[in-house]
Design a protein around this ligand. Sequence first.
Ligand code: HEM
Length: 392
Amino acid sequence: MSMSENSIDNFQLVHFVFFNSLWKRFQSRTHDLISIVLCCLLQDLFFRMTMDSLCQLIFGIEGSSLSPPLAKIPFASTFDNINDIIIARLVNPFWKIQRAFNIGNERIIKQNLTTLNNLIVAVLEERRKATKEIKSSEERCDLLSQFMRYNGCGDGKYSDDELRDFIINFMVAGRDTTAVALSWFVYCLCRHPHVVEQIQMETLDALGLDIDHDLKMEDFAMRLDYESLMKMQYLHAALSECLRLYPPVPRDGKTVLKDDVLPDGTFLEKGSQISYVPYSMGRLESLWGPDALEYKPERWLKDGVFQHESPFKFPVFQAGPRTCLGKDYAYLQIKMTILLLLQFFKFDLVNVDVKYRVMMVMPIAGGLNVYVSHKMPRVSQKRSMNSLPVLS
Ligand code: HEM
């Protein structure tokens, strides 16, 4: 088996193990709440779901954030507090003074960082202990274990501080971004029911299902393999269109390492702070045409085939050598989640007029309020989409 086949297998395994357990909890949780209407909850569930999936990916353990009664997760709330304070620094010119004197928000952030570091040190210690007891034939393949085993060019393993930073980096990068993207995607789909219909027709075709199939959730989920998802060009377009209008990282700052000149001639002095703003770029008529503000998945398709855009025009995952490492993982997870949700539930917005909140990511302010009801898919007619092309 080639290296790439092997990694796809691992990738699928992570997702199917995750989805089988996640969906049961998610489904029963949602079911409980139907009678009282899901309010402010969907976005929160997505945050919990992505936390659990990252626990699976990074530590190889099944997270429990979605277990009733949806208790507060210390790891997650500490992250959130730190995130809020870092954003507040943007409008607080005195934060460096506060940090120097260890007062106000800076005192709180320091306490939160200590809590976070202690939580991670405990995980590392536990993992070291467990690793000693494991025979090499039973070696774990989660990311943390692989980083702990890695010995670079033989000049030493990663230190605990490096491992801690790696864990924080992945958690920060992967949890909120994907949960926020899922929330906005549900929002876009509620506002555009014809897009939901298109996605459902494409799903039936790609999975070779009849319009009145009665697959259970588990059987449906098992059919959502990598190959079927790659056939769904319209779904890919609908998600990309959502990310264009609602980029999870709306603004990304950089520090200039050495004197430089931008392509338009602007001089940048070493040490200056600059930002690129995917939120504004995604809405520029000069880049996307006069209908830039409209949600139109079709703009990404030519003869039904998805057309990739330059990451310098669509910098939602950044561009260049430091592009997001989890882009494919995020697309896959969002698509699988959405297809499962659309197949078994119907969503209606409580408020059409939602607002965004500015943090390091861009969540829906106050959460995503939706009415949820169970359903079986009944699209008006099954359109034939024979020989679906595969995404390149
Ligand atoms: C829709 C979801 C996501 C979006 C929009 C997104 C966006 C981004 C952006 C804009 C950056 C560049 C940050 C910077 O350097 O200034 C980034 C970096 C990164 N992302 Fe993502 N991300 C997403 C999901 C994920 C997931 C699920 C993971 C992990 C499983 C992940 C892992 C990373 C890592 C490790 C980096 C740092 C790469 C480096 O510095 O070389 N991301 N992401």
